[in-house]
Design a protein around this ligand. Structure first.
Ligand code: CA
Length: 294
């Protein structure tokens, strides 16, 4: 009787697995051209891969530098569906476990025009605009060289290395967010700009040499709700600069109970010109225990 029962449930599991496999696909991207094996059908354009994906798909991206596109005059890759995007592949892997994001640098770059001249760069490298699922992941990338020229809330869109739309809650892990600039006075969140409430998970990520008027590395705007506060764990903040406040992180909240789940663990804020962490308009992070300011 027991064996029969196990068989029954095993059959159910197999049916479920087959259904799941049929729904989720892995899509490959390699700017150096299609490779072999599963990479033979690789896109060279990351945005084209995102456009082709369905919700739930994974996108594997091989090493190299991918220039952020301009879509209808808006700068940056647009993550507009629930996809998990992984960088750090050499372009010949058959198993996810073969990924090496430390050695296979996969760079999402804003350095358009003259390479090395930041003044003609994209204003934003990545936008997360999908808001109806938290099953969005950006993992194993370097995001760098956004150059914001418009003010936050200005005529176009906020500028930053990554802009996260209101209510969107992606996981960003194993990333390096480097040398992105918001507007030096009016801009906010040079590295990462939250346009509103978000329960994003920011994990194992480096913020280095980002700048803006407020929140050189991260700015959280208008978190006036008790739900959906982001979590930041095991991140490092190095030489992020703000013209006005919050070289590392600036939080703008509207009532004292805001940001109740904000956490910063094992983070290092190293910045002589600005305090690393800045809260404004009330609200104190509940757990800042291991954050240090050098
Ligand atoms: Ca440039």
């Amino acid at each position: 009787m027991k064996a029969k029962s196990s068989h029954f449930f095993g059959g159910l599991l197999c049916a479920f697995a087959a259904t799941t496999a049929a729904q989720a696909a892995t899509i490959y991207v390699d700017i150096n051209g299609p490779g072999s094996g599963p990479w033979a059908s690789a896109y060279q354009d990351l945005q084209a891969a995102i456009n082709a994906a369905n919700g739930g798909d994974e996108i594997w991206v091989a090493d190299g530098t991918y220039l952020a596109p301009v879509i209808s005059m808006v700068h940056g890759f647009n993550i507009n569906k629930a996809v998990n995007i992984y960088g750090g592949f050499a372009g010949n892997e058959t198993q996810w476990s073969q990924r090496d994001f430390v050695n296979n640098l996969t760079i999402l770059s804003g350095d358009a025009g003259v390479v090395g001249d930041r003044s003609d760069n994209r204003t934003t490298v990545v936008r997360v605009t999908f808001t109806t699922s938290s099953n969005i992941r950006l993992d194993g990338f370097t995001i760098r060289d956004a150059w914001g020229t418009n003010a936050q809330g200005g005529a176009v869109f906020p500028s930053a290395g990554i802009v996260i739309g209101v209510g969107s809650s992606p996981t960003i892990q194993n990333c390096r967010i480097i040398a992105n600039r918001g507007h030096p006075m009016d801009g906010a969140g040079g590295g990462l700009f939250f346009d509103g409430r978000s329960a994003a998970q920011i994990l194992d990520t480096l913020f280095e040499d980002n700048s803006a008027g407020e929140g050189g590395a991260i700015y959280l705007d208008h978190s006036n709700q008790e739900i959906d506060a982001p979590t930041i764990e095991r991140c490092r903040f190095i030489r992020n600069v703000a013209g006005r406040a919050g070289g590392g992180i600036s939080m703008k909240v509207r009532r004292p109970s805001g940001l109740i789940d904000w956490t910063v663990f094992q983070s290092v804020v190293s910045l002589p010109r600005e305090s690393g962490l800045c809260g404004r308009d009330a609200g104190t992070p509940r757990t800042m225990g291991n954050a240090t300011t050098a």
